[in-house]
Design a binder for this molecule. Structure first.
Ligand SMILES: Nc1nc2c(ncn2[C@@H]2O[C@H](COP(=O)(O)OP(=O)(O)OP(=O)(O)O)[C@@H](O)[C@H]2O)c(=O)[nH]1
Length: 852
């Protein structure tokens, strides 16, 4: 039992020791964190000073910098009274604060490095013995630049270990604890043992136990005092500094010792209690670690939020001139997004002056805004466009918030949103312009209950057509904007739309303009719904149909006139005896009068059919040449005999070409078809009549020559013998003279009658004029046959003629010529007969002479 208890006690001791080492190390780590933080802040403080110094061209005293609540106080507590100094370019002390400082820094290790490098860096020197012998120290130095960027000197902060040791009141440790800060590089240490401080250049701490142990327990290589402690170290990671905290062993193991007594008293129960206490402590430690981790995570998240933000974020510190006027801004911090916008690495940007980065900083107005924000303390936000040649424009939302000594700038790329806005505005402008420029009246009324019927849109065309301006209409209802019965869509029609929302085509209505004139509108009402399907607007689109109505009216009148004229033309055409038609350029019948249909085609209407299909191919072939000529522009007159009806019907056809509106192209031709059958017959009769001697009824001179010509051709063709007889009444004149002209006529008639009876029916007896007669005899067998007839005629005429109351005795003389083919002309044959007549006259008359 005791063995077990002693074993347990030993185990507990080990646990308590480990815990004590952990506690020491935790304190050592806190110390090293604090030191590291102070050193970082010191670096930051030199940076802030540098900004102010450079901004004021060197006229910025350290005393002002370290004013309580001033710039330094925002970085490092002024109460720490950290010694500071400013050295000029030659290394000579120019300003100092919080303690004596070396009069020259020229020999300091940082000085030549900072003088050479133009970069804004801080140099933290290794620990070295303090010149005034108090301890050792670390210097944080930063280059100061003149206005032209040249080396102006350095600012130095002196960090002494006493700062951490003296003022170290954060550690919750026993007063006999040891706190040591060790510089490995300088082999210097400074420490506190309870209330007493010490420095050493020999003190060293060595690790306890095997390497790689989790707890970094160390032991001093020399005895510091008589207090046994449990020491642990924490390396600073930079500057070769090590923080060591030693907690008195009895304090560290006090609980264990108490527990050991309890163990002694309550052996087994004590062990359990210790275990429980250990567990609680472990849990507390775990909780502590968790909360530290949570704090770190929160910090990381915060930092991540800034750096991972979609917005560009930048902290700018104002650079002020001697008169405190803001001259420029320096980038104190910037996130990656911001750096990306400026197209430089973050590290390159930090410390840069805005004017150096953006030469047009002032012209863009940004500088002015930043200054104003800083001076007024008012946040400024705006949206603007950045145009870089060769790149699409970028829209930025810019917010500037005042902070201590500068501004915090947040910029967000809102190009996409802006483009959408511009597009929406563009399409809205387009629609607006479209609505205004459309020749249609467009007006929109509200369909919402609160302002039902109120005009919301009234476009240019609506104003032009109705004479009412938008300011007279918009925001009003019909009854408020227009006189009663104005004529636009009425409230009743709007209410009907509310009942049954649908597109309505309203009848054409007149509207009275203020000047008294009237316009006719044809309106469509269209319901427009909101996203929830409720009727929101009534869109009315109206067309001014006044002109169209006038044109329609004129057209109707013109059409009526045309129809009337056509009816008149048709009446006339139908009444005409001629057949009239019109055929277009495609040879299609377009018009015909009643006679054309009845007398020519004899069937139903052929309008719309072609000539070829109407009259048939054979007849079309006859007419085609004339049709082509007419369609070529020629007026054609020709005759056609239609033999189809069993009797010959003769037509005279006239084609008159029709030119189109251009006066050039032939668009068809008019047909006038006249039945000339009877006319031709009459003509034939007339011709016939013209060949008859009116007194005697014998063939006249013209008929004689026609007959003689025909007979001679026949004779030539057949080789037949023919004769022509030429005779004259002997002493006719005295008859006229004795008995008068009428008796003479009667004698001529009686003579011709006796003559006709003497010859054959096939012989042609003609009177050439006066008392001269001829006979054409064809197909004679012999010459003598004709001579015999001549003799017979002479004999027959010797018998006196009984003419009314008088008896007249005459005789006749005859010349007889023959023909039986040949080239002789009729006139020549007659002349031969005349010559023979003359001979008969010469022979004493009352006889004949023949060319036998
Ligand atoms: N009554 C009548 N006399 C006519 C007509 N035509 C001609 N004459 C006359 O006929 C006569 C013809 O005269 P001629 O033949 O020259 O005289 P002729 O007396 O017959 O003489 P020859 O023939 O030599 O015997 C003229 O006196 C004409 O005036 C007619 O139609 N009627």
């Amino acid at each position: 039992m005791w063995g077990a208890m002693l074993y347990q006690v030993d185990l507990e001791r080990q646990v308590a020791h480990s815990k004590a080492v952990g506690q020491s190390q935790s304190q050592a780590r806190a110390l090293s964190d604090y030191v590291g933080n102070i050193l970082r802040q010191a670096g930051h403080a030199t940076h802030v000073f540098k900004l102010k110094y450079e901004e004021t061209d060197g006229a910025y005293p350290l005393a002002r910098f370290a004013t309580p609540g001033g710039l330094l106080d925002s970085v490092l507590p002024v109460r720490l009274a950290i010694p500071m100094a400013v050295y000029d370019a030659s290394g000579k002390l120019a300003d100092s604060l919080n303690g004596p400082m070396p009069t020259s820094a020229a020999a300091a290790p940082y000085f030549p490095a900072l003088a050479r490098s133009a970069r804004d860096i801080d140099i933290v020197t290794a620990a070295r013995a303090s010149p005034h012998g108090s301890a050792w120290q670390i210097q944080v130095a930063r280059r100061l630049s003149a206005g032209d960027g040249s080396f102006a000197g350095v600012v130095v902060m002196v960090i002494e270990p006493s700062l951490f040791i003296d003022d170290y009141d954060r550690l919750d440790i026993d007063e006999r604890s040891a706190v040591v800060l060790l510089s490995r590089s300088a082999s210097l240490s400074a420490g506190r043992l309870g209330e007493s401080l010490f420095t050493s250049d020999t003190l060293e701490f060595n690790p306890v136990g095997p390497r790689g142990r989790r707890l970094a327990e160390v032991m001093p290589d020399e005895t510091l005092d008589e207090v046994p402690r449990i020491y642990a170290a924490s390396e600073l990671g930079r500057d070769a500094l090590v923080a060591v905290v030693g907690i008195p062993r009895d304090v560290a193991l006090a609980s264990f010792e108490r527990q050991r007594l309890v163990y002694l008293a309550f052996a087994l129960a004590g062990g359990a209690l210790i275990a429980a206490v250990t567990a609680v402590l472990m849990r507390q430690s775990a909780r502590l670690r968790a909360s530290i981790r949570a704090a770190k995570e929160a910090q990381a998240m915060l930092r991540g939020a800034v750096h991972g933000s979609l917005d560009a974020f930048m902290l700018l510190t104002a650079v002020r001139g001697a008169d405190d006027k803001i001259l420029d801004f320096i980038i104190a911090d910037i996130n990656e997004i911001g750096a990306a916008i400026l197209k430089l690495a973050r590290t390159q940007l930090i410390g840069q002056k805005a004017f150096a980065l953006l030469p047009r900083f002032a012209q863009t107005g940004l500088f002015g805004h930043y200054v104003k924000v800083l001076e007024t303390g008012q946040t400024h936000s705006e949206e603007f466009e950045i145009r870089i040649e060769g790149q699409a424009p970028i829209w930025i939302h810019h917010q500037v918030v005042p902070i201590e000594g500068g501004v915090a700038v947040t910029s967000r790329d809102i190009t996409l949103r802006k483009q959408e806005e511009i597009e929406i505005r563009g399409s809205r402008n387009f629609l607006q312009s479209l609505i205004n420029n459309l020749p249609l009246l467009i007006y929109v009324k509200s369909a919402r209950p609160k302002n039902f019927g109120q005009f919301l849109i009234w476009n240019q065309a609506a104003e032009t057509v109705t004479g009412y301006r938008p300011d007279q209409v918009i925001g009003k209802r019909d009854a408020e904007a227009f006189p009663p019965g104005f004529g636009l869509t009425t409230p009743e029609e709007d209410l009907a739309m509310l009942d049954t929302p649908m597109v309505v085509d309203l009848p054409e209505k007149p509207v009275s303009r203020p000047d008294g004139s009237v316009r006719y509108l044809h309106t469509m009402s269209v319901p427009l719904f909101d996203a929830d399907g409720h009727l929101e607007y009534i869109l009315c689109i109206a067309e001014d149909v006044t002109r169209r109505r006038e044109q329609d009216k004129n057209l109707r009148e013109a059409l009526a006139a045309l129809r009337e004229s056509e009816a008149r033309v048709r009446t006339i055409a139908d009444a005409l005896p001629a057949m009239i038609a019109y055929i277009d350029a495609n040879e299609v019948y377009r018009f015909h009068n009643a006679s054309f249909l009845r007398d020519f085609l004899g069937g139903p209407s052929v309008l719309g059919t072609t000539v070829r299909s109407t009259i048939g191919e054979p007849r079309y072939r006859t007419l085609e040449p004339f049709i082509k000529r007419a369609l070529a522009g020629e007026t054609v007159v020709f005759e056609e005999v239609d033999e189809s009806g069993g009797r010959d019907v003769a037509y005279q056809i006239t084609y008159i070409p029709q030119t189109g509106d251009d006066g050039q192209n032939i668009v068809g031709f008019h047909v006038m078809r006249q039945d000339i059958t009877s006319h031709k017959r009459e003509k034939k009769q007339l011709i016939m009549l013209s060949q008859i001697d009116a007194l005697t009824g014998l063939t006249n001179r013209a008929g004689f020559f026609q007959k003689l010509d025909a007979a001679m051709q026949n004779s030539t063709a057949k080789g037949a013998l023919m004769a022509v007889m030429y005779m004259d009444i002997d002493h006719f004149k005295p008859v006229n003279d004795t008995y008068g002209h009428n008796t003479g006529d009667a004698l001529l008639k009686a003579f011709s009658g006796r003559l006709t009876h003497t010859v054959r029916a096939t012989d042609t007896v003609a009177r050439l004029g006066g008392d001269e007669f001829t006979i054409v005899m064809e197909n004679l067998a012999r010459n003598e046959d004709a001579a015999a007839i001549a003799a017979k005629i002479v004999t027959a005429m010797r018998t006196p003629f009984k003419l009314g109351d008088v008896s007249v005795s005459v005789s006749t003389s005859i010349g007889l010529a023959f023909f039986q083919g040949g080239l002789l002309e009729p006139e020549e044959l007659l002349k031969q007969a005349d010559m023979l007549l003359y001979q008969a006259k010469q022979a004493g008359r009352n006889t004949f002479r023949a060319a036998l």
